[in-house]
Design a protein around this ligand. Structure first.
Ligand code: FES
Length: 121
């Protein structure tokens, strides 16, 4: 099982292939935001990679990061568009606490949505 490390929070074993956003919710049990429900529309599921940033990126994530002007921030990626298929370390930089939102968002489904079309950054 891949290991997920969250800086200053802990290490967690994650079922291979699980969406990173759902691993943050289920395994790490943090209050990760995912306002659009994991559909690559909001960017609140963002994390910042410290190690193990995937080389692959979905077309939807790439486009959204570009549209929101987020491509220049090192390691910034959308956890709803990433599968836990290797060890990784991230900083949890977008959480419900302090956000002013009433909830974290609808639970994302098990599969990457829109259906993943993989490309490179
Ligand atoms: S972009 Fe909205 S939850 Fe990922």
């Amino acid at each position: 099982m891949p290991k997920l490390t969250i800086t200053d929070i802990g290490n967690f074993e994650v079922p291979a292939g699980k969406r990173l956003v759902n691993a943050l919710i289920d395994e790490a049990k943090i209050d990760q935001l995912h306002a659009c429900g994991g559909h690559a529309r909001c960017t609140t599921c963002r994390v910042q990679f410290v190690a193990g940033e995937p080389q692959q990126i979905t077309e939807a994530e790439k486009q959204l990061l570009k549209d929101r002007g987020l491509t220049e921030i090192p390691g910034l990626r959308l956890s709803c568009q990433i599968s836990c298929d290797h060890d990784m370390e991230v900083k949890a930089i977008s959480r419900l606490a302090g956000s002013g939102r009433k909830d974290a968002g609808a639970r994302p489904g098990d599969q990457i949505d829109p259906p993943a079309v993989w490309t490179t950054k």
